[in-house]
Design a protein around this ligand. Structure first.
Ligand code: AMP
Ligand code: GLY
Length: 380
């Protein structure tokens, strides 16, 4: 097969690295890819959100399978557009990707189908939201309705902070249209676990569990980022908890999406929190997590291309998916100052000495090639 991977982060590099090992994959393209992916894939300068460009490239190059990895093209309907052009695409259609694209949708889905999650209220008027947060106990959680690069969630320690978060989102336009509605949510407490699951809309096959770390600097002392690392498996996520999640969260979610006429095919990411009242859903993502994927896929023994085809052909219940017992950890190295102001264009040295040795694999995110050297470029 000729495969095209949409995206250019560490997650996409890990997906490409795994697909590269598949005997049924002949060639990999990545759009836009990154300097690390260049070694195993042909990178093409098409933006991940350029739906028309992607469809055209896939048609012109007779791509057999497009893997749409990031959230925005999924929510924007890239899979629908590829399918309409007769191209096979891995990932949910827009009507199912809404499970990540709209927090109001996902909260209402969970309420309607009795899936455990934090209590919440939705507001589309700023003064009502402010009045509400003033009557609640703190901490309290304020979330922008739409996609905000994982940064649209404020955990407010005081009512003043909560009011400021609401005003920033609803009046200040801090997250653009993503903040025109807000969800105000009960604050939950407990360790967080990420479970990514393959699903063909009928069967759910959870991958090995993981935990991610979002804050920069050692000891969790820095700012929130897109993710500074992850490990797999999670020790907290025992077999008994996994069984319970299958019954109370995973299957009910798949069935709920079907009942709503929005069958979900692809990877569904369950962001879970183990609270004193049991496991609850903090968020859904309609895709592989980043950086969880970088820790989870190296543990996958089974051919990822075969799993993806099984998802597309709705025969996920027929295949065996096997995992290595070894644990994996992903550590993100970022340019100083990240996630705020950081310098790009620094040469990154020593990568070749690391690769493939001592069980270390280097996945690139936000790197570029300049005069034959790998340099820091933009992250997220
Ligand atoms: P989200 O974008 O919904 O995943 O939220 C980002 C992060 O905010 C989560 O990974 C949690 O650490 C935290 N968070 C979100 N909702 C809550 C909540 N109701 N209670 C406590 N922490 C939360
Ligand atoms: N690691 C969190 C995410 O992928 O959204």
């Amino acid at each position: 097969m000729e495969v095209l991977i949409v995206g250019g982060g560490g997650r996409e590099h890990a997906i490409a690295w795994k697909l590269y090992q598949s005997p049924i994959v002949n060639r990999i393209f990545a759009a836009p890819g990154n300097a690390g992916m260049e070694r195993i894939a042909t990178c093409v300068p098409i933006k991940a959100t350029n739906i028309e460009g992607m469809v055209e490239f896939a048609k012109d190059n007779e791509i057999d399978l497009v893997v749409v990895a990031p959230d925005d093209p999924l929510v924007m309907g890239m899979v629908d557009a590829l399918e309409a052009a007769g191209i096979r695409a891995f990932g949910p259609r827009a009507n199912a990707a809404i499970i990540e694209g709209s927090k109001v949708f996902s909260k209402e889905l969970m309420k309607k189908y009795g899936i455990p999650t934090a209590k919440y209220e939705v507001f589309d008027k700023c003064d009502e939201a402010v009045r509400y947060v003033r009557t609640q106990s703190c901490p309290i959680v304020v979330k922008a309705e739409g996609l905000a690069l994982g940064k649209g969630v404020i955990i407010a320690a005081t009512a003043d902070e909560a009011e400021k978060a609401v005003r920033d989102m609803m009046e200040g336009g801090k997250f653009g249209s993503a903040g025109s509605r807000v969800v105000v949510e009960e604050f939950l407490c407990g360790p967080e676990i990420s479970v990514l699951a393959f699903t063909d809309g009928k069967t759910v096959r959870p991958m090995a569990s993981a935990q991610d770390h979002k804050r920069a600097l050692d000891g969790d002392e820095g700012l929130n980022t897109g993710g500074m690392g992850a490990f797999s498996p999670s020790r907290i996520y025992t077999e008994q908890i996994a069984d319970e999640c299958m019954k109370t969260i995973f299957m009910p979610t798949i069935q709920a999406m079907n009942a709503e006429g929005r069958p979900f095919k692809g990877v569904l990411y369950f962001g879970l929190m183990l609270t004193k009242d049991g496991m609850k859903v903090i968020e859904y993502n309609c895709r592989f997590g980043d950086p969880e994927t970088q820790a989870v896929l190296p543990r996958l023994k089974t051919d990822l291309a075969e799993i993806m085809l099984a998802v597309l052909e709705e025969r996920l219940d027929d295949i065996r998916i096997e995992w290595r017992d070894d644990a994996a950890v992903c550590v993100v190295l970022a340019s100083g100052g990240y996630p705020e102001k950081y310098t790009t264009g620094y040469e990154i040295k020593g990568l070749d000495a690391l690769e493939w040795k001592n069980h270390i694999t280097v996945f690139h995110a936000g790197t570029a090639e300049k005069d034959g050297a790998i340099v820091t470029a933009e992250g997220f």
